[in-house]
Design a protein around this ligand. Sequence first.
Ligand SMILES: [Zn+2]
Length: 414
Amino acid sequence: MKLLCALLVFVASASAVKNYGGYQVLRVVPQDMEQLQRLHDLYNLLEDTVDFWKEPTRLNQPVDIMIGPNLVKDVKLELSRRDLDFSIYVEDVQTNINNERCTDCVNAKAGFNYNIYHTADEISQWVTDMATDYSIVTEINIGKSHEGRDIKAIKISSGGSKRVIYIQGGIHAREWISPATMMYMANQLVSNYNTDAEVKAMVDNYDWYIVPSLNVDGYSYTWTNDRMWRKNRQPNDGSRCVGTDLNRNYPYQWGGTGASPSKCSDTYYGSAPLSGKEVSVVDTWLQQFSGNIALFIDFHNYGQLWLYPWGYTGNAATPQPDKAVQQTIALEATAALQAVAGTSYFVGMSGPDMYPASGASEDYGYGTLGVKYTYVVELRDEGRYGFNIPERMIEESGKETFAALKVFGTNPLA
Ligand SMILES: [Zn+2]
């Protein structure tokens, strides 16, 4: 009995959710090239031990560093030693985690509650239920994750065979606003099809495939173990560190700048292109649409950015024949987005205008799949809540992002 109790206590503590009490996020904004270089050096020194929510990129772009209570003092000293001014951007990460849930939103409405975050199982069930409830919806089982969960897509089609709009969310596990926004938008498409002429046009123009939660193992882990987990849950040979950054594991220009060979890094690019089970499964599935995808968007948070390829290079002069048309419609879409609640987005080329990240989804969509209109989007916010966007903001995020999507879905995307 004693042994059983001890075992139970062990199991309970082993599965406890990590507490982020005392974790702070420091923000440093590099003002000149020298400071930027010193930040890069610091990043290289700390990337395996400290969580850079935003890595050093370019001048005046904030660098957000999350630090555990045992390292806060040391990192602050290190920043001072390098003559880098910082502000305490998030005083206590656990407070943000606690505040992300909206207690009076729970069961506020009948049916599926789009105003709260849902577990991996609930999202999976939601796909099944949508297919049962709506004749224009089909449940698609793309394949299994590393841990054996179903990776699902919701297909929305009014019949026939049309060009495809492919949208994915949740490739980074902790970016909860992404799956929530995907589900919100899918519901808008489906439930307003008969009442909103623009929505009808969107669905009559294209076949929509929406993957609400691509990194389904990682997402599940953020509920059960560690809210701030980013990668997938595949073990790495010869390392105690688990997981591949799926958004550095795509085959186009894999293994270059902005991706890490270190298995403990949050941007570990994997053992080979498409070694990450989930991106490999989705890649195989996407091949059937080859040449027929009109729009590809990968939704993340945070930063309020609407970015087009290339991502692998910081050189804006790298040839990219479609950037002008990609930019034009993205500006129109983000203007429509801003009209909803005033949220402003930056539109630009991923690598040169933000930071180079090789093996990422936008280069795969454009370079490998050949989708002319390919984007990576960073949803709300600009860092105040970061990955812990309060549930009360889901609806506005959904509404405004859907306004942007309307611009694409009602456009011929030629
Ligand atoms: Zn992300």
